[in-house]
Design a binder for this molecule. Sequence first.
Ligand SMILES: *Cc1c(COP(=O)(O)O)cnc(C)c1O
Length: 414
Amino acid sequence: MKTLSQIDSLVYELINKETARQEDGIELIASENYVSKAVMEAMGSCLTNKYSEGYVGKRYYGGNEIIDEVEALAIERCKELFGCEHVNVQPLSGSPANAAVFFATIKPGDKVLGLQLDHGGHLSHGHPVNFSGMLYNFTQYQVDRESGIIDMEKVREIALREKPKMILAGFSAYSRNLDWKKFKEIADEIGAITFADIAHIAGLIAGKAIESPIPYFDITSTTTHKTLRGPRGAVIMCKEPFAKAIDRAVFPGMQGGPHDHATAAKAVAFGEALQPEFQVYAKAVIENAQAMAAELMAAGFRIISGGTDNHLMVVDVTSKGISGKEAERILDIAGISTSRSTIPFDSRKPMDPSGVRLGTAAITTRAFDTADSRAVAQAIAQAIENHGDEAKLKSIRESILELCRKRPLYTSIV
Ligand SMILES: *Cc1c(COP(=O)(O)O)cnc(C)c1O
């Protein structure tokens, strides 16, 4: 960034500081990851200069011959990676992608069934403060109070009673595999459209570490920046009969010009995810999460659903006498980034809930193994148990820094 350093030292310095923060801290925010330098270079390219409203071969602006090739390549790689019939690679992010899916398939006021936010769902799955909850008539399913797991018989019961036009399966804070086939069977009983939102787990699916909904579901959306390890953005995949409606909903329905530099970076990320090493990565992400969960449970923490099948876990920290917000703050002091999280049937408020959500996608990218993951879990337990002891927190921060120096970020990613 030689030019930036000379032209705008203020922004350059801020980026430098953030680089150091990422290098020297442990990133356990479950929705985050570190992209490759190749993805960053595509993001930083001159493709950001172009306007390309429309689709490959059908643009509303001239000069799109090369952009057409870029977008066609992203589409081709995404299809190969996920085995989908159709894909739109233009959605700017996950929430707008979901808006486009609703816009393409249902009408305002129509009934949709989705997972409740504080049970692991996402804002765009029908929460009252989100457009989804304002425009559509959402009914929500929950996890079982005892097991912390989604009870498919309950989902079926609600579906048969409420007869939604669409069933939405997907989550931001749920650590178990979903039974895609069962969701599809339930939807077929009532003639509902099936919509999977794999924003969190797309990388694990692409890496063939967990099952894909794509063979079963009508429509699947995903962000590209979480476990998939691409640029900020999203894609919508669907069966051929939905292709036209999805494309029209994205443009001209929802968006103007696509972000061509992001499209190029998505193509790069899909290319990386098609390499055999990405399957090794996806498997390691889950192994690290399971090692971390086991270590935390051994230290006396309650993990919702008793463990994890994916990259994330929701930890109830109230048994250690602190709230999720307080845990987030203490772990920050120790050099560990996490996000506070509600737990199912939480008696505390969303701004200061009972849990923290942890994920291993980012640390696995910087080559942390299961022993490192266990060490991180021990540091978390130590920090929370000694949350009033400043000297102890400081010494934990030192050990975290040592671990980060052992697994440097920008030399381990290529
Ligand atoms: C992250 C996420 C989204 C939203 O993605 P943004 O890019 O932040 O808008 C949508 N759905 C689920 C399930 C998510 O986890």
